[in-house]
Ligand binder design. Structure first.
Ligand SMILES: [Zn+2]
Length: 421
């Protein structure tokens, strides 16, 4: 398939026509006859978005999501690469499981699905998994995480950081001190006191971040902090970067917009790990993302079946779906207030995540010879989120009924139209 996309607005704000043929951006003069012409009418284009934190639930929890339905949800949201977290059943802790997920992604064929390997066997936190075998497998895993759980043992964390240096890998830490968060249900503060729910103090996140940036410094290895939620965490990352420590960090769209006030009605749609925090944290996260202290936005797309969300708060699962709303939330929280321009959006949602995970052919400039992974977004359009119209198999979006800016009109994956017409 060949396309001529007329009147595109590039991330730097300049206007151009983009030509795509045989999976690559080409010079318009080299387009074959019979190519399809799409007039974008000035719409914004971005390099295909890259998510470093996606729960796809396959194998094991296919009633909530599969690699195929998650891929469909991804391209609806403008993503051309997603990263399948390891907390499946079986856990992705061997070459066999990561290759299975990788192949499921290839057969879905809508976007790249890069498996993340577990750091410890069965996410048990006790013994390292087959990290080397996963790195050498067909899936060529470079990102390792026990996400959902924290790698709590500092010796194991040190060993993991040392191990992944061999192949330029990175450990992505879910920073949650387990003893300080035992039975915790939401952020520890006025709202948790009001609701009588066990709280989750900011220090439980910050203590692990502080420990691990020091371990990254000691091992001279690469550390990535998943879903930062507190102002104090932003300060620690800022300090670590100033010191030259090789650490990167992510924030989720929901933590850029929502606070624990939303939990006041005990609606478990707002129950998430790590929890929604305070207005002051939201402001610190936005400022950190704007100044580059926080490198990327990652969705932490966490599908759950209705049975595990439509119940009392204490029984409900933690997590929210996020692939189809991520870009709109970033536009609302970062672009509209003037904190990021679209070059910044391209960086935080595509270029930087691809760089952290070493994903080739993603986060590239939209120039002749690059693989044509591309997202088109109508930034002037608004839409109302309807959980029943989404492509994900699960309906646990906290944004149902929200009016959001920015409609993804086309997603091109390797030069093919994966979403849009
Ligand atoms: Zn997590």
């Amino acid at each position: 398939m060949s396309f001529l996309l007329k009147n595109a607005t590039l991330p730097d704000g300049t206007k151009a026509d983009l030509a795509i043929s045989d999976g690559l951006f080409v010079a318009a003069a080299n387009l074959p006859k019979g190519h399809q012409v799409i007039d974008l009418g000035g719409k914004q284009v971005l390099p295909g978005l890259v998510d470093l934190h996606t729960h796809l639930r396959e194998p094991g929890f296919e009633e909530a999501e599969t690699v195929a339905t998650g891929s469909a949800s991804a391209v609806r949201g403008g993503f051309t690469a997603i990263s399948a977290m390891a907390n499946t059943s079986p856990v992705a802790d061997t070459a066999g499981v990561v290759e299975q997920v990788f192949r499921l992604g290839q057969s879905a064929g809508l976007c790249d699905v890069f498996p993340i390997g577990a750091v410890t066997q069965g996410l048990n936190g006790l013994a390292l998994s087959e990290i080397g075998a996963m790195a050498d497998s067909a899936a060529q895993v470079r990102v390792f995480s026990d996400d959902g759980k924290c790698v709590f043992d500092p010796l194991l964390m040190r060993r993991a950081l040392e191990y992944v240096k061999k192949f330029d890998g990175v450990i992505a830490q879910h920073a949650q001190e387990p003893l300080l968060t035992k039975d915790a249900q939401m952020n520890e503060g006025e709202v948790s006191a009001l609701l009588g729910l066990k709280g989750w103090p900011a220090v439980a996140e910050e203590a692990i971040i502080a420990r691990d940036v020091l371990l990254a410094e000691h091992t001279k290895s690469r550390l990535h902090i998943c879903h930062l939620t507190t102002a104090g965490g932003v300060e620690i990352i800022r300090w670590a970067k100033a010191r030259g420590i090789d650490v990167t960090a992510e924030v989720t769209p929901h933590h850029l917009l929502l606070t624990d006030d939303y939990a006041k009605d005990y609606d478990p749609i707002f129950k998430v790990n790590p929890p929604l925090r305070l207005e002051s944290d939201v402001h610190a996260l936005r400022a950190g993302l704007a100044d580059g202290t926080i490198d990327i936005v990652a969705t932490d797309h966490a599908p759950h079946s209705s049975e595990s969300k439509d119940c009392e708060w204490a029984e409900a699962s933690f997590g929210m779906v996020g692939l189809e709303t991520a870009l709109s939330i970033v536009i609302k929280t970062m672009v509209e207030p003037g904190l990021l321009d679209y070059q910044g959006v391209a960086d935080r949602l595509s270029i930087a995540p691809a760089q952290i995970a070493r994903y080739k052919n993603h986060g590239q400039s939209l120039t002749v010879g690059s693989v044509a992974n591309l997202t088109v977004v109508d930034t002037a359009a608004k839409w109302i989120v309807d959980r029943d119209l989404m492509s994900t198999r699960s309906k646990n979006t906290p944004f149902h009924g929200f009016e959001l800016p920015g409609v993804v009109t086309h997603t091109f994956f390797k030069g093919k139209l994966a979403c849009g017409e």
